[in-house]
Design a protein around this ligand. Structure first.
Ligand code: NDP
Length: 331
């Protein structure tokens, strides 16, 4: 004899849960290589949801250089096993919550970077898929007033910009030079330096046709690297934020006692390497700046790319010429 309460509970659960299929479309690679190893698989198992995770129906995702460096096998020693669904950045809707989840409910619009440490055991099932399972601590409510595509372009880049500037000890009244100011990270580093950290002078580098963009992002000084070598100019900075891989030159323009934060390439003595970690509460702290429009997401004008064109989107990002973020939307 089955008690009435027990027999009615499965029906209650089914009624409250959003319909989630067993399989999904996802971009997958099972061998390291160039963009041609990416295949669209129509029947990848939807990831299970751990107690501390939510399942996000992906509305938009974004690409980062770490995705193609990882795909090329650069981080094999610490990577998760193949096959891999790439993608760190996501914006979407919560469709399922784990038993310990406190901050989110079904229907919530969220965004975040899905792996806590991008190089160290990143998730095997990333955001270039219809669904992704993410720890609640890595997510934040999507900023009001931003659409999914705008939100998806933010997490990894803004956490890097913010974390790097913070680690460098940037405070109000200091000066900063952003190398690579027009890229995904640099475009946010300029804005955060000015709007969040209160830097007195923000200088940045880019090529000729991106100089006006640097100024529109808030740069006081825009250096055209095709015409001038920043390391030969007389100005010195409290902080140099290197998003290009010019650590050797960067240390030449930092003031004594200042800091040089290096995201990529060799680190020269007196500079330091910063590697981003994911954290939803930092995104939440930055939300007011995004909601007020003080800090604006910058989406590369060749996109957003539809989900079917992930290979084209990667090929473009890999030229190294993207302006702001390469976004995948709709998924
Ligand atoms: P993007 O692909 O968005 O950067 C492209 C931009 O770089 C373009 O706008 C381009 O401008 C600019 N650029 C290229 N060469 C130069 C140059 N010599 N001087 C000035 N600007 C230049 O990359 P991201 O911003 O996403 O990332 C930047 C780097 O930081 C990558 O190597 C990435 O892997 C790394 N990174 C590291 C992280 C970490 O935690 N350590 C986290 C995030 C990123 P133009 O066309 O004018 O040359």
């Amino acid at each position: 004899c089955v008690p009435a309460s027990a027999s009615s509970s499965p029906a209650t659960t089914a009624a409250s849960a959003t319909e989630v299929p067993g399989t999904m479309k996802a971009w997958v690679y099972d061998t390291y290589g160039d963009a041609s190893v990416l295949k669209l698989d129509e029947a990848v198992a939807v990831p299970p949801v751990a107690d501390d995770q939510v399942l996000v129906k992906v509305a938009a995702a974004a690409l980062n250089p770490v995705d193609f460096k990882r795909r090329a096998g650069k981080f094999q020693a610490t990577d998760s096993p193949l096959p891999t669904v790439p993608g760190y950045d996501v914006a979407g809707v919560v469709v399922k919550v784990g038993s310990e989840v406190k901050s989110f409910r079904e229907g919530d619009e969220v965004y975040g970077m899905i792996s806590e440490k991008p190089l160290d055991g990143p998730k095997q099932l990333g955001s270039l898929a219809e669904y992704v399972a993410v720890e609640e601590k890595l997510l934040a409510p999507k900023p009001k007033g931003l659409d999914f595509a705008q939100a998806a372009g933010l997490p990894l880049a803004i956490l890097t910009a913010n974390g790097g500037l913070e680690k460098a000890g940037l405070f109000a009244g200091m000066s900063v030079l952003v190398l690579g100011g027009a890229g995904g990270v640099g475009s946010l580093a300029i804005q955060l330096a000015k709007q969040v950290y209160g830097a007195s002078t923000v200088a940045a580098t880019a090529s000729t046709n991106k100089i006006e963009l640097l100024k529109s992002l808030g740069a006081d000084v825009a250096i055209d690297y095709t015409k001038e070598n920043f390391e030969e100019l007389p100005e010195k900075y409290d902080v140099v934020f290197d998003a290009v891989g010019q650590g050797e030159k960067a240390v030449k323009v930092v003031k004594e006692g200042g800091s040089v934060v290096v995201l990529t390439g060799a680190v020269t003595a007196s500079g330091f390497r910063f590697v981003v970690t994911s954290n939803g509460s930092t995104l939440e702290k930055l939300n007011p700046y995004l909601e007020s429009g003080k800090v604006k997401p910058l989406i590369d004008p060749t996109g957003p790319y539809p989900f079917s064109q992930v290979v084209e989107a990667f090929s473009y990002l890999e030229t190294g010429r993207a302006t702001g973020k390469v976004v995948i939307s709709p998924v």
